[in-house]
Ligand binder design. Structure first.
Ligand code: KIV
Ligand code: ZN
Length: 514
């Protein structure tokens, strides 16, 4: 069976989706899990876009081994220099450079004629090759490009040394049958295409990203660009878990192998959604809450008699084992940290200590602590930077005859901030007290709460979306007390805002010095 290479762009295209910005630490955390998952290439970021992006690539290149680390660059020297520098310490570095080739993009976005674009693409690949042994080239808006011109560009960049040719369906416009024919025309029209590996990168605007990716395999694509949970620009990219499980379940249709350990799919999906605070739709294939749930009597009866009647794959095959009772209040630090390890979660010593303390509090309130509780507990802690706000203490007085009043104590590094406030309700009072203590005000756009596990003592997970200046920031927090979970969620949105703001400021500085 032929091998398909999985290029994961969760940390680059995925991170470009609104509200999905991650800190360097969080990106590193996800990258480690992607290695456990078994991807072949990690696209770590777009270094020229901000110093934080540059650092993210640098840290991942230095510390994450056993995979190719790619960095994205436009077809200009400044981008290529930064991309090369950011990944120079990688075991296997790859520069991924791109330029638009569709008439629409060339005329209106680049304001350049096709011959100039062709020369820029050639120069970019030659220049990138002088700095990095492996270069991937993408003609942006590829599927809306004219085949003869596209073939000229591809032939030229292969001559300059590009060894991976990636065809992006940038705006998710193509359809499976059309994409197959389009790729066939490219293969026929590019005489030296056999010197490169064909790759595809499909967006999901019409819900066809996975179908288009699979169609491409039938005509010879051997690298697929995907993201965990399908996150990415607008409607997202082809979901890694869906493409991989299609290959796995329908080997009769797709006789290919990948390096993916499918049992790591669910832990990876959970980790990412926990870090981002993005809930996964209940009916999402493979990783959604209901993906393996059988509600109707007929289905339940069928599954009990023979599982295959209504299940085409087992939950275990994607790492969704029966939720285990992890530990109870008598469990020691050793057992707790071992369980984290099994779940693919790496914490620093300080984070581990804090997580364990929170675990003990929850274990005290709840008899049984499940894996889902553990994800929820550590979620708002993962990859937090040192001077981020952390909740130390809170107290709320409320009732139907009194004015809700909250007091909070927040730690930032060595500093303790304490404030009190009243509000329309207890949650409003908590948020106002936090704003007073930190001096940062936001406008709450969304608030939701859900139980992580069944039962009255369940851990509640609160998700918020808060607008700070022009930044929409997602936050999440968990606790058996929903007021505490709300406070944690608000602080986590605030921490994201602070990381973004720092990022934004630095970004401006880069632009000014260009
Ligand atoms: O969608 C797209 O065109 C991209 C390219 C940079 C590959 O993300
Ligand atoms: Zn893309």
């Amino acid at each position: 069976m032929e091998r398909i290479y999985v290029f994961d762009t969760t940390l680059r295209d995925g991170e470009q989706s609104p509200g999905a910005a991650m800190t360097v630490e969080q990106k590193y955390e996800v990258a480690l899990q992607l290695v456990r998952l078994g991807v072949d290439v990690i696209e770590a970021g777009f270094p020229v876009s901000s110093p934080q992006q540059f650092r993210g690539c640098q840290v991942i290149a230095e510390k994450v081994k056993g995979v190719v680390i790619a960095a994205l660059a436009r077809a200009v020297e400044k981008d290529l220099d930064l991309a090369a520098e950011s990944i120079q310490k990688a075991e296997h570095p790859r520069i991924h450079t791109f330029i638009s080739t569709s008439p629409l993009h060339m005329q209106f976005k680049l304001k350049k004629d096709p011959e100039t674009v062709l020369e820029m693409a050639k120069h970019a690949v030659r220049y990138a090759r002088s700095k990095c042994a492996e270069v991937e080239f993408s003609p942006e808006d590829g599927t809306r490009s004219e085949v003869p011109f596209l073939c000229r560009v591809l032939e030229a960049v292969i001559k300059e040394g590009a060894t991976i040719i990636n065809i992006p369906d940038t705006v998710g416009y193509t359809t499976p049958y059309e994409f197959e024919r389009f790729l066939k025309a490219i293969l026929e029209g590019t005489p030296n295409i056999d010197k490169a590996m064909l790759s595809v990168h499909c967006h999901n605007d019409l819900g066809l990203a996975v179908a288009n990716t699979l169609a491409a395999l039938r005509v010879g694509a051997r690298q697929i660009e995907v993201t965990v949970n399908g996150i990415g620009e607008r409607a997202g990219n082809a979901a890694l878990e869906e493409v991989v499980m299609c290959l796995h379940v329908r080997k009769d249709q797709f006789p290919y192998t990948t390096g993916i350990n499918t049992r790591q799919i669910y832990p990876t999906s959970k980790l990412l959604s926990t870090i981002l605070g993005f809930p996964i739709a209940r009916n999402k294939p493979i990783v959604g809450e209901n993906a393996f749930a059988h509600e109707s009597g007929i289905h339940q009866d069928g599954v009990l008699k023979k599982r295959e009647t209504y299940e085409i794959m087992t939950p275990e095959s994607v790492g969704r084992d029966e939720s285990k009772i992890v530990l109870g209040r008598h469990s020691g630090m050793h057992g707790f940290s071992k369980r984290l390890k099994d779940l693919g979660i790496t914490l620093s010593e300080k984070e581990l200590k804090e997580a364990y303390e929170r675990f003990l509090v929850i274990a005290d309130r709840k008899k049984e602590v499940f894996d889902e509780d553990i994800y929820a507990i550590i979620g708002d802690q993962l990859g937090q930077e040192v001077d981020m706000y952390a909740l130390e203490y809170f107290n709320v007085i409320t009732g139907n005859q009194s004015i809700p009043t909250a007091t909070v104590r927040i730690r930032r590094g060595d500093e303790l901030l304490e404030e009190a406030a009243t509000g329309d309700g207890p949650i409003d009072a908590v948020f106002r007290a936090i704003e007073r203590a930190t001096g940062i005000t936001g406008s709450l756009q969304e608030y939701n709460v859900q139980a992580v596990t069944p039962g009255k003592q369940a851990v509640g997970e609160v998700g918020v979306v808060v607008l700070f200046d022009e930044h929409r920031c997602v936050g999440r927090g968990a606790s058996t007390d929903i007021l505490e979970a709300s406070a944690r969620a608000y602080l986590s949105a605030m921490n994201r805002y602070r990381a973004l703001k720092g990022n934004h400021k630095e970004e401006k500085e880069v632009k000014e010095t260009q």
